[in-house]
Design a protein around this ligand. Structure first.
Ligand code: G3H
Ligand code: ZN
Length: 287
């Protein structure tokens, strides 16, 4: 089906939308296959970092749009962690349904001013905006270990900028390779009560299954995950190459990697949208 606006994906998702980052075509396919298997909406994310790796946004964005059109579940396309207004403009031209403006490294006033201006511009183009306040740590400012979002400040930031969703720091940090983050659930509940727009968890790779379930019950609406799925994908490549060290055909190691990632996407989407707690003792990342 055609791309679905991000706010519609959020409302069409029973509890919380999974938002998964892709760098490669195979990862894009894995996200769409996983969502189809789960029968749940999903948000495909391309980050400013991924764009830097690829050299430009347009080719992967075009592939994403085409693949999404051939997918039966609702899918939104999101530009993640953009610090450059130019890239946001490009994303809007490329058909992205939402963008995250990351001004977390800026002083409060400057972050508010820039976020407000970009949000107004995006809204004129029908694009949903997620943003972040405070020292949300570089790509780690507010999501650096120990940093927490203050509910009162968060409410003020949303009111002053007009953003549609807010990334909050509640105990996770980016690029954790162990699922050991201790999320402050009382803070999530306080933020949920104080802030009128959907809340977004970044650095979700650090949260184990039990924590993910709890954080959604506490009020998180969008769960961003990248590192965990990269670990699964790379593990698939590693295993395939170890099994057949003489192979030269990239399909021989990308196919199992894509399949392993699709399985995890389906599992995670189901987990995020299952109301009752799911018991899991696994905290270690897959090999
Ligand atoms: O915006 C993307 C997410 O915050 C990804 O974080 O790689 O730690 O899962 P993660
Ligand atoms: Zn993030």
């Amino acid at each position: 089906m055609p791309l679905v606006p991000t706010h519609e994906v959020l409302t069409a998702t029973p509890l919380a939308a999974g938002a998964f980052n892709v760098v490669l075509l195979e990862q894009l396919e894995a996200v769409l296959t996983g969502a189809t298997r789960a029968g749940l909406p999903v948000i495909v994310q391309i980050s400013e970092n991924a764009t830097a790796y690829r050299g430009s946004l347009a080719p992967l964005a075009a592939a994403a749009r085409t693949a999404i059109e051939a997918t039966a579940v609702p899918v939104a396309l999101h530009l993640d962690h953009a610090t450059r207004p130019r890239l946001i403009e490009e994303a809007v031209v490329c058909g992205f349904t939402s963008v995250m403006y990351d001004g977390a490294h800026l002083p409060w006033e400057e972050n508010v001013t820039r976020t407000r201006e970009l949000t107004a511009w995006c809204h004129r183009h029908g694009v949903f905006v997620e943003a972040e306040l405070g020292e949300v740590g570089g790509k780690d400012g507010a999501h650096a270990p120990g940093v927490r979002t203050d509910p009162e400040q968060a409410a003020r930031f949303v009111a002053e900028t007009g953003v549609d969703a807010l990334a909050v720091a509640v105990g996770t940090s980016h690029q954790m390779t162990e699922r050991t983050a201790a999320v402050d659930l009382d803070l999530v509940r306080a933020l949920r009560a104080a802030v009128s727009v959907p809340l977004v968890l970044h650095g979700s790779s650090g949260a184990d299954d039990t924590t993910l379930t709890a954080v959604v019950q506490a009020g998180m609406s969008k769960v961003n995950m990248s590192t965990f799925l990269n670990t699964v994908f790379t593990g698939g490549v590693r295993e395939a190459l170890a099994t057949a060290p003489g192979t030269v055909d990239p399909r021989s190691y990308l196919r199992p990697a894509r399949e392993a990632m699709a399985d995890q996407v389906a599992r995670l989407l189901t987990l995020l949208n299952t109301p009752e707690p799911v018991v899991s003792s696994a905290t270690a990342m897959p090999a």
